[in-house]
Design a protein around this ligand. Sequence first.
Ligand SMILES: Nc1nc2c(c(=O)[nH]1)N[C@H]1C(S)=C(S)[C@@H](COP(=O)(O)OP(=O)(O)OC[C@H]3O[C@@H](n4cnc5c(=O)[nH]c(N)nc54)[C@H](O)[C@@H]3O)O[C@H]1N2
Ligand SMILES: Nc1nc2c(c(=O)[nH]1)N[C@H]1C(S)=C(S)[C@@H](COP(=O)(O)OP(=O)(O)OC[C@H]3O[C@@H](n4cnc5c(=O)[nH]c(N)nc54)[C@H](O)[C@@H]3O)O[C@H]1N2
Ligand code: SF4
Ligand SMILES: [Mo]
Length: 683
Amino acid sequence: MLGACHHDCPDTCAWEVTVVDGEAVRLRGSASHPVTRGTLCPKVNRYLDRVRHPDRVLTPLRRTGRKGAGEFEPIGWDVAVAEIAARMSALRDVGRAESILQYSFAGTQGLVQMGVVIDALFDALGASDVHRELCGTTSWLGAARVLGRPFGVDPESLRRSRTLVLWGTNTRITNRHFWPVVEEARANGATIVVVDPVRTDTAREADVFVQPRPGTDVALVLGLVHVLDRDGLLDHDWLAERTTGWDELRTSAAGWTPERTAVETGVDAERITWLAHRMATHTPTGVRMLIGPEHRENGAEIQRAVTMLPAVLGSWREAGGGLARSTQQWAFSALALPTQRPRRRTVNMARLGQVLTEPRGDDPHIEMLFVHNSNPATIVPDQNRVVAGLEREDLFTVVVEQFVTDTARYADIVLPATTQIEQLDLVHSWGHLYLALNQPAIAPRGEALPNTEIARRLATALGIDDPTIQRSDEQVVRDLLDSGHPFLDGIDYELLATQGWARLAVPDGLRPHVDEIAGVPTRAMRLGALDPSRGSEWHGRTDFPLSLISRKQHPKFLNANYAAFPAHWPSSGRPSLQIHPLDARERGVVTGDLVRVHNDRGSLTLAVEVTDDLQPGLVAIPFGWWNRSTPEGRAVNALTNPRVGDDDRGSAYFHDTFVQVTPADGTGSHDADAASAAAMLTP
Ligand SMILES: Nc1nc2c(c(=O)[nH]1)N[C@H]1C(S)=C(S)[C@@H](COP(=O)(O)OP(=O)(O)OC[C@H]3O[C@@H](n4cnc5c(=O)[nH]c(N)nc54)[C@H](O)[C@@H]3O)O[C@H]1N2
Ligand SMILES: Nc1nc2c(c(=O)[nH]1)N[C@H]1C(S)=C(S)[C@@H](COP(=O)(O)OP(=O)(O)OC[C@H]3O[C@@H](n4cnc5c(=O)[nH]c(N)nc54)[C@H](O)[C@@H]3O)O[C@H]1N2
Ligand code: SF4
Ligand SMILES: [Mo]
């Protein structure tokens, strides 16, 4: 049976499931799909183990122990639905529907199971909602300030690049099916440049590695623009015809000589000069970004600044040039997604801890939390506050999940969710231009149900009579495809059912913002003055002198999906703190020692890994581990910064987090501590 991976990963691989006697016996990447090229990844190669795992939630569960204990008893679907609907209607009937918060994200990126149907249920109820902005929106906002609707180039077109800059993206780990494109470009003579504060797996394979101090990318761009201008490398016809704001940008770059830029960013002046010349002369020049730098206070400004580089160079004119970022808009502009949704009370998902414990003046008071496609107890910043909120006795929490995650442990009712091979979906990609139809290969295990069916049962119990909710999943896909948009020319349900996938009708090598394309702006690109400040958190607190980054580091993790499975752990079997040799020496710790990493939000005990992949002053803890992976029962988000922009838009400033690291008490007892950490991991 043909299907596609649902994970929040830019690659959206197409796959084939072999079924024998109703059992899925084999899963492999589609050989014909031009991006998947026959292989999945180390995260999903064992997906059938996830489907068959003994810890799957297979019936609705009701909490029997205290919140967080993870003690439950099975109950029937009828009982579960009746109880949840009774709670919802009690709040709705007294005009407090806004005290129900629907909390969801991209656990599945399939459009049917992600939100199209279940959102309509909560719309009809008038519940509060979250801005699904933890990932991508900040980058979008930054790029949009330059490009209008920020369509990027087709990432596949970058095989034609001759200078290819991977800016703040760890392609080898996070976007591995783009790597063959990088290698193809290199084989055609491209120079591969990586810009990242950490020497990542991707940086190790680059031709040139540029390692700025964290958050100093705007200054780096100003330095590059300075050199481009000073050395007469700009195309003034392009600037005059296709951009506005060049004079302001030029003025703000005027003082940023390579020498001054080097002082601010830590990148050698010669390397800055070299990169500017390379990008201007060894063309086409492509820039690849996902979301790495957006998790900062100046994340949108970094994205805006980097977006200006191909804009000042006119790189967009050549196929193989321009900026390749999320491709989501290509699919979203083509599909018939619901547009006229009612306005609901909305909060930023990064502020969950605050919303549940100390609501601001305009926040709703939350009495019921309904979580699906997300694991907020692990993935949201300021975890201690999130957990404190989930522990509230007066909060009724429902979690729709495949496993008893950190969040599900706090649920009053857990509802069993189907896995991708048990449900129907239409999957778009934010890393390429192909759509895929995911057809269920096997019957759901146990009593698991898709989010859509759960929404239908709740709607019926609540007396909500809305045909958009009661449509079959197949009808939802047919309706999504029925937009008449030119990108969907020749694509229908039947084609996808037989072929599995189809490329949007966008010609190879098409140049957005240059060629005329339906719905893609070709207006002038907006340049302007850039603000190189790193944000208000960078004020040099002596009590928390180290900057903490929590990136996606493990090849077998996908956000928090696989941390419960030992086969997916790195060989150390636990998260560790990476630290530079100078900072380690100052604290008298060596690799393997236990340290306490702490700030005014939380504290974790972790083993140290001393490495010069980081720079002095920067430490790193991998994102994705479950909270039971440390003796404290908390993961990296216990430390991270939950602030978001004042307008409540965009992602949290995760990486603008400052900590102190000290040797753990009783550093002699490594083995005992390691054993207790290992015990915590056993579910
Ligand atoms: N294996 C694996 N793959 C994944 C995921 C996963 O959890 N595991 N998650 C998926 C998801 S949801 C997403 S959004 C994508 C994210 O994909 P990426 O954006 O590629 O990944 P990140 O690890 O978030 O960040 C990328 C890089 O940004 C760097 N960075 C941090 N701060 C700065 C800065 O100030 N300037 C610059 N230039 N770089 C900076 C980090 O050091 C990191 O190496 O990956 C997806 N793919
Ligand atoms: N410190 C730190 N925190 C981060 C990040 C970071 O880099 N550092 N990255 C951020 C980013 S970029 C992202 S995208 C978020 C990710 O945040 P989330 O989207 O919440 O995380 P995931 O672990 O991808 O998925 C959540 C859950 O969805 C469930 N799920 C999967 N498929 C289905 C389904 O079909 N139905 C139902 N009901 N459930 C399903 C999975 O079992 C999983 O537990 O985390 C953010 N948090
Ligand atoms: S997680 Fe990403 S790379 Fe792995 S199978 Fe899914 S889409 Fe492909
Ligand atoms: Mo993400």
